[in-house]
Design a protein around this ligand. Structure first.
Ligand SMILES: *Cc1c(COP(=O)(O)O)cnc(C)c1O
Length: 388
């Protein structure tokens, strides 16, 4: 009997080690890992450069608290600023913390402008922003909120794709719209570029803030550093996490000057956030991600993967309903319950993870090779062939 609280339906496997796109099970099997800790290990398992960077830092200094200047943190913030829309960065340890801080920053901005009642956040129904009390009620799925009331107030909702519903839901109390640029847990639902452009215009017109949750789709996953860059827009606040530490827990909020003006010393904090060890991981990820051709190879491999999956879909139109995604954030929507499909893939040594709407999620490392993608395709096709 496990002493761990029973909140996960864990697969009955454990691993001894990982290397790149592969994991080695205690059962002696070698698995192709297209989960990568749910889009976390963007450089694969045990990446040499990342390992070296963390080891080097571990011998020098791990943690000092934010009562002091942390040069490694200054460096990562400066680089995020240089490469993105952001003017300022706040570091934390997880995605939920980052989205919750994004909500705080949006509210505080209007408070500082003398509009304290402008504090409601408009989100998409059944989206995912984390598992803290506030973020579950931001996501508003029955599964995540049931039994956890009283409801945390301050969130309003509209349905994905419902433009009229969105406009109608904006009131003079709305402070911000917060959406995932690509819905991950919700089933790899991509907000089209023209909608992102429209969303930005709408927020400008209504004088409210745009928060884009890039915890899953950011950090190169879509083929650009941020998924919203495809639409050439600039949000006001962006929470990130997952990929930025390459496997080390890091969360962060990126924000522009305007929103940052609402914050001052003492208003927010984190004990662990941005410690030297975590920052050495973040800086190493940035070193690799901004090497020439890294992001363009994500796009190329993503396009290839999608194209080949669509060929499999054409061969098995009764099994696969749709293939969707961007870059290496890919979902195969199947007609039946996806858990059986995922089990078959696992039996054939391919690890994948579910998402809502019968979606099988594929999250290879961003430095995956063509050969590894081909191996994955071969297994997926083999499972389709026998799937009933
Ligand atoms: C995973 C995820 C989160 C929550 O991140 P945690 O690190 O699990 O707290 C928030 N938003 C999105 C879009 C995510 O995919």
């Amino acid at each position: 009997m496990s002493a761990i609280l029973n909140t996960y339906n864990r697969k009955k496997i454990a691993f001894t080690k990982g290397k790149g796109a592969f994991l080695y099970g205690t059962n002696g099997k070698k698995y192709l890992d297209f989960v990568q800790g749910i889009a976390v290990n963007c450089l694969g398992h045990a990446n040499n450069y990342l390992t070296k960077s963390i080891s080097k830092q571990a011998k020098k200094l791990w943690h000092v608290s934010n009562a002091f200047i942390i040069p490694e943190q200054e460096k990562l913030a400066r680089r995020l600023k240089q490469k993105t829309f952001a003017d300022y960065v706040f570091f934390q340890n997880s995605g939920a913390e980052a989205t919750e801080a994004a909500i705080k920053f949006a509210r505080r901005y209007f408070y500082s402008k003398g509009q304290p009642r402008k504090n409601r956040i408009l989100c998409i129904n059944n989206s995912f922003h984390g598992r803290t009390l506030a973020t579950i009620f931001a996501g508003n799925s029955k599964k995540a909120t049931e039994g956890f009331g009283p409801k945390v107030d301050g969130f309003d909702h509209f349905n994905f794709g419902d433009h009229k519903g969105l406009e109608k839901s904006i009131t003079n109390r709305t402070a911000a719209i917060m959406v995932e640029t690509i819905m991950g847990e919700g089933g790899i639902k991509v907000i089209p570029d023209y909608c992102l452009v429209g969303l930005r215009k709408l927020c400008n017109k209504k004088k409210i803030l745009l928060i884009l949750d890039e915890v899953q789709c950011g950090i190169g996953r879509s083929g650009k550093f941020f998924a919203f860059e495809h639409a050439k827009i600039k949000p006001d606040i962006v929470p990130i996490a997952k990929g930025i530490g390459g496997g080390f827990p890091i969360g962060a909020v990126l924000l522009n000057k305007k929103v940052a003006s609402g914050m001052k010393p003492g208003l927010h904090g984190s004990t662990f956030g941005g410690n030297p060890l975590a920052m050495s991981a973040g800086n190493a990820v940035m070193d690799v991600m901004f090497k020439k051709k890294f992001l363009s190879s994500v796009t190329k491999n993503g396009n290839y993967f999608l194209k080949e999956l669509n060929k499999i879909k054409l061969k098995y139109p009764k099994i696969i309903k749709e293939v969707r995604g961007k870059g290496l954030l890919i979902g195969i929507c199947i007609y039946k319950d996806q858990s059986k499909f995922i089990k078959r893939l696992l039996e054939n040594n391919l690890l994948t993870v579910r998402a809502s709407e019968n979606v099988v999620r594929l999250l290879p490392p961003l430095n995956v090779t063509r050969q590894e993608i081909n191996l994955g395709l071969k297994i997926i096709e083999k499972v389709c062939k026998k799937f009933k």
